[in-house]
Design a protein. Sequence first.
Length: 118
Amino acid sequence: VQLQASGGGLVQAGGSLRLSCAASGSIVRIPAMAWHRQAPGKQRELVASIIRSGSTNYADSVKGRFAISRDNAKNTVDLQMNNLKPEDTAVYYCSVTTLQGAKVDAYWGQGTLVTVSS
């Protein structure tokens, strides 16, 4: 399974960006998709996740500003980021959890840089 992320860039505080991630390859089922981020000098953290039914979960720091969505037919997951803050600056990674029979695997995208200027 390969993940291709796109949509990062430079934006001023208060602005918006939309990240997209597409999964391709031998995919049977994707129960969960997520976005994580890693800021310089910090550990990678979960930003938002979404399961196949559409149920979502967000980090407290992004609730009300970010929205995660997925297209099960296309195996894509998006992250709409609004009212961005300088502290949102990080490399953002998408991840998927695949399920084939009883076998669970996790895959990561290459990361896309989001820079928010003050």
